[in-house]
Design a protein. Structure first.
Lengths: 405, 775
């Protein structure tokens, strides 16, 4: 069966051609000679037709959204135009959409004649940001013996230049802010409104900012909308610190710890916003420490989501190896969500220093072995340690159970 | 392509079923019997249909894969049992084919992956290859076309499905047909057909290709220690005067003694065993195929040789027979003599024959499925028993092309007197005629050629004398009737040669005719029985002479590069000619003539395109080609056609592409040409349906009153419609009153003037087809 994996139809066809030709020529059998010709013509035609297929074929993006979310269906379309009266078959469209398999087929169109809009539905599986370059069309019709490829004509303005796929989130059932993991205590937490915080500054209005926060007087004075920013109480903040070093992660794509981390961060952010806890995001982009927030409004959430969609692992050292920079950027007090490093020494140091720096540190620790082996384990183990609350997440874990003690 | 991908669409089952069915149909085109082929096909079609139902049943509910595998195993076990039954009854190859079908059925039931689908297609393709090697039927092309569409449809669908599954986006419209198989199949067939027709195909290498097989048991001779049963009537104690059947009658007489239930004159014997009355009475058998022959050269198949002529009848002198033991089916008589032409033939017997082995003269190697064969000094070989259908044997013969004629370089017989024997009642005017004609010749060869040419040019071939088969009144033929069939010509030439002191004998057998363009096999029919002359040239050997103008002169050029298009044209010519001879009034005749017309028109442009140098190859013959279209020229004796250039000496003097098109009087292809003038159709470079209609109508009016009535009624309807339309216009634009005032007789005259000009030709006023056109 191992050898059977390497069987190619072209080999089979050429082998059959050689065998039939030898028999036909040796015995002088006309029908075998005809069968040989039939096989040769079929093989040659199958090898040449892909190139002929792409002649006079143009593809452009039709209705195409600029963003989406992992796990949520999207609708998009391509407009295909085939010149001449001959239909085209088996046209593959290769677009720069996020896919699990790199360089895979984006869309397959069985038959094209004239100008047609082909609508597709798509459920993104990978978050990220992709620049939509020119389309590439391919054809392997009819037998897949050869592949012809051509870059399709790209019409300016016909498609969004960039496609952002936001990470999905899971509805966390527990988020022990301020170290309270008891669900009964969570019910006493009241939503914070702006009036409880100290005024910090005004800034320009950004989309999705609440109209309640608009400083109307200042807006009238400055001639543009400005909103009020409040410095929230530090002990009621939640900071999510991402570890982007690729050395600290295992696994590929959605099944890797990196995407688990993004999903968890997104879920925590959503939960914090629901709970009325200002949250911020911090990560080392490789060049500097980036931090967003803390804030509680929707505009801030969208910023955080955008950042979560765009971050990618880098090859630099782990954030925990440069904790001084981290603590400089982080305000003291409040809650802190950290992803523990793989190195036991770095992990121990992180736990010790985080406890000293934050009021309520929380840690997410990945069971890297399960990710490497691909062994699913839905159970999430959460335990209190002297350094804080630690949840151990394995591959396939039910993230809704995160931080459940 | 991932061959382990699942067959996740119900369309796979349907497409696989069609592939299996098409492969099955193609395989059964190899059956000789139509009833057996139909029965076999229906049986396996039912089996495959049952497997489809079974596949649907076992896939309902859970654990479908395990149940499908079990069901597939059950089917495979059934196939194994069939294989065991078949191997005992029919042999290994048919049993293996049965097992192949059973494997397909089992794989079909349990198919889960694409690998299984590939295996099914591969097994069906093996069946197709077997059919291609064994089939002699044109139905194979239909089944192969079917299989092509089915297999390409499956593979195209599979590829499309594979890509579709790999695609990231899902189509939103439900109607996502993965089409293109029909287009691809059409493209492939549209390219394949002209390539197959016009690309020359080489002759077979025949490495290990000398086949010998049979479904029967050719045991040793019934009485190996005794002399063989007499073939010659004289040695059997029968008065030679009563052996009036000539070549065929003698064979049939001896055959009747040895195997009373073997053959009838229409089916089993060689030679022109039928008479024209037989043709009228039993046309089907006269046109029945006696054997299929794969031959490297267009050489006559020789059976018996006759050397004794008395009372206008030929009989055979029997020499000492020699029995050869075959070593593993091989008989090697190679003498190492240097010859020009090695003729390789594989003969598949279809009808029951005499025990004489039919093959090209000069046998050197024989492969026969029996323990022994017997040979006679004159080169006749015999099998232990009469040859039964489904027997295949192969021969290698050496024959020289010497001065334009075939020559058998055999040593001079010790006793030449029998070959110089003349009947006691031989008339002087035969001697004087032969002396007058051959007088100009300096040696035996030239004399023989002069006599042969005289008969080919001055006498006419006719079927009318066939009722007198075996009886050859040379005197009346040479000086009174001057018409006859091949026996008359052969007898006359042999006697005339003997009068000039040239040893001669009459050989009987079959002419090969034209190969079937589809299968490449010569279809030798009972109608192809023939007689010719072998004359001994001192110091050289036996020279084959063809005195009958109906048959072409020998062509010893090896047919290494043949075109199916040419073969198709010649085959259609011959088919039409035979059909017109046997059933001139049938619709089939009109259809074949129509097919000839379509073939000539459709292939002309393509032929010119594929062979642009033909005009150069034809050289000086272009004047003739301008007067005629390919294959439609009237070829007669040189004085008739008025061509200025010198006619070629033989067909071999021409290039292959020009052969059969050259004008050349006596040297031209007689038989096919003499009938072609009945199909004198104006050349058309493109298909023109009205012209085809008119041409077919003309043929039908001339040859078939029944078809003529159909065509004429159509023509009348058209004329009536036209007349009515014209009448409407006339009433609208002309004076209606003046028209009505004309007398009825005048209007009737108008009507008669619109009647078809071709009246129904009755049997009496029908012109004989060959009168005035034959030699």
């Amino acid at each position: 069966m191992t050898a059977a994996k390497h069987i190619r139809l072209s080999w089979v066809l050429w082998g059959a051609i050689v065998v039939t030709a030898l028999i036909a020529f040796n015995r002088g059998i006309d029908l075998l000679w005809g069968t040989t010709i039939l096989l040769v013509i079929a093989t040659l035609a199958a090898s040449l037709l892909p190139k002929l297929q792409l002649h006079g074929l143009t593809v452009e993006r039709g209705r195409f959204p600029s963003s989406g979310t992992v796990g949520q269906p999207m609708k998009l379309s391509y407009r295909v135009q085939a010149s001449g009266w001959l239909p085209r078959y088996g046209i593959e469209i290769h677009d720069n959409l996020p896919a699990l398999v790199p360089n895979g087929i984006t869309a397959f169109i069985a038959r094209v004649k004239g100008t047609q809009d082909h609508a597709f539905s798509w459920i993104p599986r990978v978050r990220g940001c992709w620049r939509l370059d020119a389309l590439r069309i391919e054809s392997r019709y009819p037998l897949g013996l050869t592949r012809a490829s051509r870059t399709a004509t790209h019409t300016e303005g016909a498609a969004a230049p960039e496609l952002v796929i936001y990470p999905d989130f899971v509805p966390l059932r527990w988020l022990p802010l301020r170290g309270e993991a008891n669900p009964q205590n969570e019910q006493r937490i009241t939503r914070l409104r702006g009036g409880h915080d100290e005024f910090f500054a005004v800034r320009c209005y950004r989309p999705h900012d609440s109209l309640r926060s608009v400083h109307w007087r200042a807006s009238a004075r400055m001639g543009e909308l400005v909103v009020k920013e409040y410095e929230q109480q530090q002990d009621r903040q939640l900071w999510i610190v991402l570890e982007l070093s690729e050395d600290e992660h295992v696994g590929e794509g959605p099944d890797g710890t990196f995407e688990y981390m993004i999903r968890i961060a997104h879920s925590v952010a959503v939960k914090a916003m629901d709970e009325g806890v200002p949250f911020g995001l911090m990560y080392d982009s490789g060049e500097r420490i980036e931090h967003l927030g803390p804030a509680l409004d929707r505009a801030h959430y969208l910023q955080v989501r955008e950042a979560l969609a765009r971050v990618n692992p880098h090859a630099r050292s782990a954030l925990t190896s440069n904790l001084d920079r981290l603590w400089e950027a982080l305000p003291g007090g409040g809650c802190l969500l950290l992803f523990t490093p793989r190195d036991p020494r770095g992990r121990a140091e992180l736990l010790n220093r985080a406890r000293r720096h934050a009021a309520h540190p929380m840690y997410v620790e990945f069971d890297h072995d399960s990710f490497v082996r691909g062994e699913r384990n839905a159970h999430v183990r959460t335990q209190h340690t002297p350094q804080g609350l630690v949840s151990i997440v394995a591959y396939g874990a039910d993230l809704t159970e995160l931080f459940r003690t | 392509m991932n061959i382990h991908a699942p067959l996740d669409s119900p369309r796979y089952a349907r497409r696989l079923w069609w592939v299996m069915l098409a492969g099955c149909a193609a395989r059964f085109t190899a059956e000789r019997s139509a009833a057996e082929a139909l029965a076999g096909f229906l049986f396996w079609a039912c089996v495959f249909a049952g497997c489809w139902v079974l596949r649907g049943i076992v896939r309902r509910g859970g654990d479908a894969a395990a149940r499908a595998e079990k069901a597939g195993n059950v089917v495979a076990v059934g196939g194994l049992l069939l294989f065991l039954l078949k191997i005992n009854s029919d042999g290994l190859i048919p049993a293996l084919l049965v097992f192949l079908f059973a494997i397909q059925a089992a794989a079909f039931v349990s198919a889960e992956k694409r690998l299984h689908a590939w295996l099914i297609v591969g097994a069906a393709f093996v069946g197709l290859l077997f059919a291609a090697a064994e089939s002699r039927s044109g139905m194979f092309l239909i089944c192969a076309t079917w299989f092509t569409f089915a297999a390409l449809g499956l593979l195209t669908f599979d590829q499309s499905r594979d890509q579709e599954c790999k695609a990231l986006l899902l189509p939103r419209d439900a109607d996502n047909r993965s089409g293109g198989a029909l287009v691809f199949g059409t493209i492939v067939l549209a390219i394949t057909l002209p390539v197959y027709l016009f690309v020359p195909k080489p002759a077979g290498w025949l490495i290990g290709g000398m086949q010998a097989k049979t479904a029967h048991d050719y045991r040793d001779y019934p009485n190996t220690d005794r002399r063989p049963p007499p073939i010659d009537a004289r040695t059997a104690g029968i008065d030679p005067n009563t052996d009036t059947s000539g070549d065929d009658g003698g064979a049939m007489a001896s055959l009747a003694e040895q195997a009373p239930a073997t053959a009838t004159p229409e089916s089993g014997a060689y030679g022109e065993s039928f008479s024209s009355s037989n043709v009228q009475r039993d046309r089907g058998n006269a046109n029945a195929i006696v054997m299929y022959v794969k031959s490297s050269h267009d050489v006559y198949l020789r059976g018996k040789i006759y050397d004794y002529f008395e009372n206008d009848r030929w009989s055979r002198r029997e020499g000492a027979a020699r029995t050869h033991r075959l070593e593993r089916g091989w008989l090697d008589l190679r003498s190492g003599k240097q010859t020009d032409t090695m003729v390789r033939q594989t003969i598949e017997v279809v009808a029951q024959l005499d025990r004489v082995l039919i093959h090209s003269p000069g046998l050197e190697r024989l492969r026969f499925p029996g323990p022994r064969v017997r040979s006679y000094p004159d080169g006749v070989f015999e099998a232990p028993h009469p040859l039964l259908p489904d027997t295949t044997y192969s021969v290698e013969s050496t024959i020289d092309l010497w001065r334009g004629r075939y020559l058998l370089r055999d040593p001079q017989p010790a006793d030449m007197q029998p070959y110089l024997q003349l009947a006691a009642d031989a008339t002087d005017r035969v001697r004087s005629l032969a002396s007058r004609i051959a007088g100009e010749g300096e040696d035996a060869f030239e004399k023989a050629l002069l006599l042969e040419r005289h008969l080919r040019t001055q006498y006419e071939y006719s079927y009318e004398t066939i009722p007198l088969q075996g009886y050859t009144p040379i005197d009346s033929f040479l000086f009174e009737t001057k018409r006859g069939h091949c026996e008359y010509f052969a007898s006359a030439l042999a006697v005339m040669l003997r009068t000039q002191g040239i040893a001669a004998r009459v050989a009987t057998g079959f002419s090969l005719g034209e190969p079937n363009p589809i299968t490449g096999f010569y279809e030798v029919r009972a109608l192809d029985g023939h007689a010719w002359v072998e004359a001994y040239i001192p110091g050289e050997g036996w020279l084959m002479l063809e005195p009958t103008p109906f048959y072409p002169l020998p062509d010893a050029s090896p047919e290494e590069l043949k075109q199916v298009a040419d073969e198709t044209e010649r085959y259609l010519d011959r088919l039409a000619e035979t059909q017109q001879t046997l059933a001139p009034e049938s619709l089939k005749t009109a259809l074949i003539v129509l097919a000839r017309y379509v073939d000539a028109n459709a292939s002309r442009a393509a032929t010119d395109c594929f062979r642009p140098t033909r005009a150069r190859m034809d050289g000086g013959l272009s004047c003739c080609r301008r007067r005629s279209t390919r294959g439609r020229r009237i070829l007669r004796s040189a004085p008739d056609h008025g061509c200025a250039h010198e006619p070629p000496r033989s067909r071999t003097a021409l290039p292959k592409s020009a052969r059969g098109r050259a004008c050349g009087g006596a040297d031209a292809r007689g038989r096919a040409r003499t009938r072609r003038d009945t199909a004198r159709v104006p050349p058309q470079a493109s298909l023109d349906v009205p012209r085809i209609f008119d041409a077919s109508r003309r043929y039908a009016e001339r040859d078939s009153p029944r078809v003529c009535r159909g065509f004429r009624s159509l023509a009348l309807q058209r004329r009536r419609a036209h007349r009515e339309q014209r009448g409407v216009r006339r009433r609208a634009y002309h004076d209606r009153d003046a028209h009505r005032a004309r007398p009825m007789a005048a209007r009737s005259q108008d009507t008669r003037s619109l009647a078809p000009s071709h009246q129904v030709p009755g049997t009496d006023n029908r012109q004989p087809r060959r009168s005035g056109r034959e030699h």
